[in-house]
Design a protein. Structure first.
Length: 117
């Protein structure tokens, strides 16, 4: 089985978040923040592939990682205020966690192989 890239997973997660957000009527400010942070994960992962140096590559992935953490926060908040069901919460937070772990592994590997601290 072909393993999905971080960008592919991020696109899937963002599409799912967009679909969920259309169903959430209240808390528009939270939904907006979630959409922004979630879509930024894939954008930065994509941009990393066109980095000008290994340090730039790592920097873009670290930004994607920060956005992933922020996305997890907004997902949890929307769940806690009752805007997401437990099933919806578990599904999207699991996908986000998968992306986070892949980003951590990629950053760690890139730093190790490139001598970046």
């Amino acid at each position: 089985m072909n393993e999905q890239t971080i960008k592919d997973l991020a696109v899937e997660l963002t599409a799912e978040i967009v679909e969920l957000s259309e169903k959430i009527k209240a808390k528009a400010i939270f939904v907006n923040q979630l959409l922004r942070s979630c879509s930024s994960i894939g954008a930065n992962a994509h941009e990393a592939h066109y980095a000008q140096s290994r340090a730039d590559f790592v920097h873009k992935l670290e930004i994607a990682l920060k956005e992933c953490y922020e996305t997890e926060y907004w997902i949890e908040l929307l769940y806690k205020v009752g805007s997401l069901s437990e099933e919806q919460y578990r599904q999207v937070v699991t996908k986000c966690g998968t992306i986070r772990r892949k980003l951590i592994a990629s950053v760690t590997t890139a730093k190790k192989n490139g001598g970046i601290q």
